[in-house]
Structure formats: C-alpha cells, structure tokens
Design a binder for this molecule. Sequence first.
Ligand SMILES: [Zn+2]
Length: 405
Amino acid sequence: MTPQQSVVLRRGDSGPAVAAVCERLALSGDLPGGSGHSDRFGEAVYDERVEQAVKSFQQRRGLIVDGVVGRSTYAVLDGARWALGDRVLRYVPEHFIEGDDVVALQSRLAELGFTPGKVDGLHGPSTDSALRAFQAAVGLVPDGTVGPETMRAFAGLRRSVSGGSANALREREHIRRGGYSLSGRTIVLDPGHGGGDAGAHGHRGLVEARLALDLARRIEGRLSAHGVSVVFTRTEATDGGTDEERAAFANSCDADLVLSLHTDHSASGSAHGASTYFYGHPDSAAHSDWSVIGESFADLLLREVVARTGLTDCRSHARTWPLLRRTRMPAVRLDFGYLSHEGDAASLANAQILDHVAEAVVVALQRVYLGEADTSRTGVLRLDDLRRHLETMRGQHVSADRTVS
Ligand SMILES: [Zn+2]
C-alpha cells in the first residue's frame, strides 16, 4: 500500500487494492480469518464483511465511520502495520512519514526528556529536531534517521521517567509558562466551511457557514476585551481551505489554542443538541496520543454552553480528524446545535443565544487557564468573578514561590 492522493474504495469494489486493505484489516484484528472473499476471477471483493471491518477500524481510531476507505482511513490503516524498528524513519519535508511506529518514536523521545511536539504519529520537523538532539546526547551522528544504531541506543536506555502522558506534560508546561491568564494569548477561531461551501442549510433560513462566522465575531469581541489576540482562519470573503490547511495556518500563527465552529445536520430532523470534539485515539491505552488540555477544554466548553443555552448535551468525544490532529496546540471543535432541528434552529436564530454561546467560550477558556483547582459551578460564573478569582490565584502563586526560595 503506497500512499495515494485520491484512493477511494467502497463496497462493491474488487481487485488488488481491496486485497491490500483486507490484509491490513486482518493484521489490525478487524477482519478475523484473514482475507475477504474472492470473485470468480480470483479478485478480492469489498463485501459487507469488509465494510463492517472498515467501520470497526474507523470506530477504534476515531475516524469518520462510513465504511469507505478514503484518504484519511487509508493513511491510518497503512500506518497501523508499522512497529518501531520495522522501517527506517526520517523527516521527509514534503510528505511526513506517518504510522504507529512514529507514535512509538515520539512517545519514547518524550519519555527520555526530548520534546517531539505533539504525539500525533506524523514525523514532522519537531520530531526531527527531538530525534537529532537525542542522537547527539547519546553520542551518535545526529542524522535524524532511525536506523539500527538509534534503535540500539533506545534499547540500552531505561526510562528515567515513566507514567504520565507526553502530550499532557507538554501542554501543562505550556500553560504554566504562559501564566494563569488569558491576556497575551493567541487564539485561532475557525468558522467552519466558507467560500463556495456554505455547510448545512436548516430551518429559519439558517446557513452554517454564516452562523459560524457570526458566532466567531461575537467571541472575538469578548476575547479581545481580555487582551487575547484573535486570528480567524477565514473571513466572509475568503475560504479557509481544507482542514489540513486550516491546521497549518494555526501552526504558523503559533496559537495557544484553536476553536473550530460548526453546526450539525441530520436527515431525520429529530437529532438535536451540542457536542465537542478534541484530539485523541478512542482506543489509546496509554493516552499518549491524547490531548489532555483539549479534552478538558472540550468538557468545560460543552458544560458552559449547555448550562447557558438549554441545548441538549451530546457529550464531548475523542477524534483524530485532521484539524484536531495536525494542530500543534490544543484544538477543539464545537458543534453548537442541529440546524435540521426546529427547536435548535429557533434557539440559534436568536442573537441572545449566540451571545450566550460566545460567553460560554470565554468562560471555558478562562477556566482552562485557571487550572484544576477551580471547582465553581457551571454556567453561573460571570467574567468579573473570574477576574477576581484569577487575582487571588496569582497572589497564592507568588507567595508559594516565595516560600520555596
Ligand atoms: Zn460543518
């Protein structure tokens, strides 16, 4: 399976590409009994069993569960077969190597005190520099290539640090260094869709792309008042590009956090409520590839939104969507209601409700930066209370430092 740009395989297809997919699914344990059925020409067939196996793989890996092998499923499926040491890893600028072996490499580097950036399974520039730093530290040629010598060096080193997730440590450290305040931070707001893509259309003439931008502006006003620099991935006139491009843009801004705004749509018209998404593999055992701050912000945000708007709580979920995965900072997506639902649409047509959602975003952000000690009840905190709380916290922080020194 070599990476291809436009591969799409679905039920009814047959041929060598299907056989390769079946082989991977057998290895991952999703297609028990190995290869799928063959047709009368001996070609592997993408039948119902294969489709089920693809869905179970997608479910476990946090991909969109559609039973179709498109580009992202293909890449993750292809990456899943690699264990660290199976192939030579190095940084390829125009096409990052990705796979489970890269996750293992990043986790190993992080455990040993070298910071590879987010543990995301993509061999990018931060992984490259962490790897070179590691090689130099153990006296190897810092060539950025994981070959037999580097593997031997890894094997020879015992973990000095164990436990705790690399992503969590990295994110906590980032917040600690920034201080317990929103002021001076950069937040990227990503109103979904845009340009030629209007997103979902719903009751009351609501259009997702326009609504997302409207909400983003309300959030911007409130955040700017708190000294936050707000950057948009798109405006009314411009198109934010693909999710990969939006993620790359947020990385180039060196933002502290990314918030993507969407609304939902369902054919039945009965689905309703709000949900949030953060980066994580649902089956991640060690939680090494998991954004702890993302999860915490996603939880807080949803609670604040639900408490202030009356939208139904559809929970927060770990996903590996490109925008969540390819951003180097915590990223969260908020789906604020279903435009296909009469009740949700009526709420969202009301400017006051949008203001409540915007307020919920600011309060949830404040709470993320206040740290874990904050246990105030959801939906009741006003911004002034938070400011006071912050000042008390900063006071404690200073006196704690003094006691130590
Ligand atoms: Zn959308």
